[in-house]
Ligand binder design. Structure first.
Ligand SMILES: [Zn+2]
Length: 432
């Protein structure tokens, strides 16, 4: 191949000398032999400072580049090692790829961009990479971005939230900026130490700038918050309060569903005729069917119900007083949280009184939790920390989480969440 500059342009290579281009017919790949331009040679792969040569490393090495039409492309070069004063013996820097990467900048940027837009399996198939490779790419691209930006600068109103991960076995702690709606920090675990590591990253000066903190009622968050930001107003996130109510309602529904299933099974074993007081209009197996399908109807906001879901709710109202009462209490609490401050206090107290009297244990407990959080709940209404932002971040985290289910490495998931939700999304290569 004579026209080296054409190849350099096609491959988007800078400060790189092309030594040759060859089509490997056996593997059906294009192999481009390269070497760094003179001024990029003999540098530490980690910090790029000039470093003395050490040895030839493991010889020739290949980096995956973006495909040329349908053909896979690899850059091939020597990968000598150097001795850096700060980092010891490391593989020398190459201008076309990140340190420790097995693919080029452009390839990694494109993978990272895609993963923030679509499912991991789609990306793996389109780009012909293993999921494990994607993990490493996400971590490197985020690391590079994080070194450029300071997400913890200028924070004043934040939300701290626990996110379950991998089928609710493990947790991440996420911190959201209420003013921008961006995710600013994610840590592994759900302990005081996790929360403390956020405040450590923030540092005492910036901790003092925090005016409002919204959080779940988790004691470890409250503890870390009180210790590091004693002057900040603690605010209950209305999103969490509604979630508690939804959880309580879900438990009541499940309890009734189990009871109904027990009756339906007993009936189907055909032990004599059904009891005289059996519901003739809705036998147990039919009730069971409707209860099974009513989950979303109970959980959704009534303004978004479909016709079918509305019909199921009407049926519950008619036939199941306990479940209906639980539903009304959930909706009642949601309505209270939308009231202006001058009405919210009295309405919240009235709601607690009525929930305490309802004889549904889950809601009696909920009434206690809500009463405990009365101050923070009213503070959320007073300071207008609308739940819209944290709710949407929370929902998006959960959604990402689901799409990224193949990710088993928490660091890769954190990188993905940050790349998607921090306001610093990866850019596609070669676009200006
Ligand atoms: Zn170095």
């Amino acid at each position: 191949m004579r026209d080296v500059s054409l190849w350099r342009y096609l491959l988007g290579l800078e400060e790189t000398v092309i030594e040759g281009v060859e089509l490997d017919w056996e593997e059906r790949v294009l192999v481009v032999a390269v070497r760094p331009a003179a001024r990029r040679r003999g540098r530490c792969g980690q910090c790029r400072a000039p470093a003395a040569g050490y040895d030839a490393g493991r010889g020739r090495r290949r980096w995956r580049a973006l495909d040329c039409a349908t053909i896979r492309v690899y850059l091939e070069a020597n990968a000598p090692r150097v001795r850096c004063q700060a980092h010891g013996v490391v593989v020398a820097h190459v201008p076309w790829a990140r340190h420790r990467a097995r693919s080029t900048h452009a390839f990694e940027d494109q993978v990272a961009w895609l993963v923030t837009k679509t499912s991991l399996s789609t990306v793996a198939e389109l780009m012909r990479v293993a999921w494990r490779t994607v993990n490493g790419i996400l971590a490197r691209v985020w690391e590079e971005t994080a070194a450029r930006v300071d997400l913890l600068e200028g924070l004043s109103r934040i939300g701290i939230d626990e996110v379950s991960w991998r089928r609710y076995q493990r947790y991440l702690l996420a911190v959201v900026d209420h003013d921008t709606g961006h995710l600013v920090w994610v840590g592994k675990g759900n302990t005081t130490a996790t929360a403390q590591s956020f405040f450590d990253a923030l540092g005492p000066d910036r901790c003092a700038q925090i005016t409002h903190i919204s959080a779940d009622a988790a004691p470890y968050i409250a503890k870390a918050t009180a210790k590091n930001c004693p002057d900040a107003i603690r605010v209950a996130d209305p999103f969490h309060v509604v979630k508690w109510a939804n959880d309580a309602l879900g438990e009541v529904r499940l309890e009734i569903w189990r009871e109904t299933r027990r009756i339906a099974r007993a009936n189907s074993r055909g032990r004599g005729r059904p009891p005289a007081d059996a519901d003739q209009e809705f036998p147990a197996n039919q009730r069971l069917k409707i209860l099974t399908r009513s989950r979303y109807a109970l959980w959704k906001n009534p303004e978004n119900l479909t016709e079918h879901q509305q019909a199921r709710l009407d049926w519950i109202a008619k036939t199941d007083p306990r479940l209906w009462r639980a539903y009304q209490l959930k909706e009642g609490l949601r309505a209270v949280l939308r009231l202006p401050l001058n009405q919210a206090g009295a309405a919240l107290d009235a709601w607690c009184r009525s929930a305490r009297r309802c004889r549904i244990p889950q809601f009696v407990d909920l009434a206690r939790m809500v009463a405990d959080q009365r101050g923070p709940i009213l503070a959320a209404i007073e300071h207008d920390l609308s739940n819209a932002i944290s709710e949407s971040v929370n929902t998006r985290i959960r959604l990402r989480n689901r799409i990224a289910f193949g990710i088993k490495d928490p660091d890769a998931l954190i990188s993905l969440l940050m790349l998607t939700l921090s306001g610093h999304a990866p850019t596609l290569p070669g676009r200006t």
